[in-house]
Design a protein around this ligand. Structure first.
Ligand SMILES: C[C@@](CO)(OP(=O)(O)O)[C@H](O)COP(=O)(O)OP(=O)(O)OC[C@H]1O[C@@H](n2ccc(N)nc2=O)[C@H](O)[C@@H]1O
Ligand SMILES: Nc1ncnc2c1ncn2[C@@H]1O[C@H](COP(=O)(O)OP(=O)(O)O)[C@@H](O)[C@H]1O
Length: 287
């Protein structure tokens, strides 16, 4: 039996994000279009039958191991097997900025859930894994399901979508944005009219907006500065509650030309939008 596996933990973009209401518990109801990027973290899971329990080999700065979504996901699925078989040691190669709106934490949780399901031979359905993961983060279900999707509710009601697989320049302004802070801003738009999109949406997402953008641009001059630079070359948009912004290009070379002309001090990356998650592509190869 395989005892070690290295899996991708990709980023997501919110190609648009509308806030259409607020639930009685304060959580905001969204309508959003998720697409994955062929860029992200990598997680290595190694079974340690001689040493039960879940361990992280590499901690993340500013995140205690108990709070790390990788450990929380591993513990949530370790409930499904006898204690004495539950030994696993986990290593992460982090590339995604934390608090960037790229969903890194939720993606790490989903990769851990699917990876341990595979290594432990649990054969849990994606639906069950998505339910285990949702309390860890609203974006976990889309990463578990592994297909670009129109998300509703808090992002857990998913309809598969097929937006064009364009190239993106993603910029990471030099600030970290707390999701809770943005959702608590008084002037945030919370009443965008609900839209209906065709099942298996294939259209152009750029006609829709990100309702967090105005607030974020006002509060974070670093985001405004990056946005002003990127919009010289075409429309640019915030992902999630930021801080990252992205511009869309039809080819890799078009994206790289813009990327290479960026002023010094701006960080980020170029990546391709993909409708099937690189995690699921890898797991299919392993089957
Ligand atoms: C906005 C989105 C869009 O993809 O992405 P990010 O920008 O975080 O990547 C997600 O819905 C982020 O969901 P999630 O990752 O679970 O958010 P958390 O950081 O746990 O939320 C922090 C706080 O923000 C508020 N919150 C969050 C999500 C939501 N739909 N409504 C809210 O009001 C709640 O007060 C919550 O306690
Ligand atoms: N494995 C993890 N990777 C990233 N962030 C994590 C992880 N575990 C817990 N966190 C916490 O989740 C917060 C949100 O991180 P992340 O998911 O990367 O950003 P966002 O929700 O903006 O896309 C981080 O600031 C960090 O405190």
């Amino acid at each position: 039996m395989t005892s070690s596996i290295t899996l991708p933990s990709p980023a997501k973009l919110n190609l648009f994000l509308h806030i259409v209401g607020q639930r009685p518990d304060g959580y905001h109801e969204l309508q959003t279009l998720f697409q994955f990027l062929d860029y992200g973290d990598e997680i290595t899971l190694s079974l340690t039958p001689e040493q039960p329990g879940v361990r992280l080999e590499s901690s993340l700065p500013g995140v205690s191991d108990e709070d790390n979504l990788i450990i929380r996901a591993a513990k949530a699925i370790a409930n499904k097997i006898p204690d004495e078989l539950s030994g696993v040691s986990i290593r992460i190669q982090k590339r995604l900025p934390m608090g960037g709106g790229l969903g890194g934490g939720s993606s790490n949780a989903a990769t851990t859930l699917l990876g341990l399901n595979h290594l432990w031979g649990l054969k849990l359905e994606l639906e069950e894994l998505a339910q285990i993961g949702l309390p860890l983060g609203a974006d976990v279900p889309v990463f578990v399901r592994g297909h670009a999707a129109f998300g509703e509710g808090i992002g857990e009601k998913l309809t598969p979508a097929f937006p064009p697989e364009d190239w993106f320049v993603v910029l990471k302004p030099a600030c970290n944005i707390n999701t809770g802070k943005i959702f608590s801003v008084k002037g945030l738009t919370r009443d965008t009219a609900r839209i209906t999109i065709a099942p298996a949406f294939e259209g152009d997402a750029s006609r829709y907006r990100n309702d967090c953008e105005d607030v974020v641009l006002k509060l974070y001059p670093e985001v405004k500065q990056s946005m002003d630079w990127l919009t010289q070359f075409g429309p640019a948009r915030l992902t999630g509650t930021g801080a990252c912004i992205f511009g869309r290009f039809p080819t890799e070379s078009a994206a790289r030309i813009i990327w290479e002309s960026k002023p010094s001090g701006i960080t980020g990356f170029v990546a391709k939008g993909v409708n099937v998650s690189p995690l699921h592509q890898k797991l299919t190869e392993l089957e």
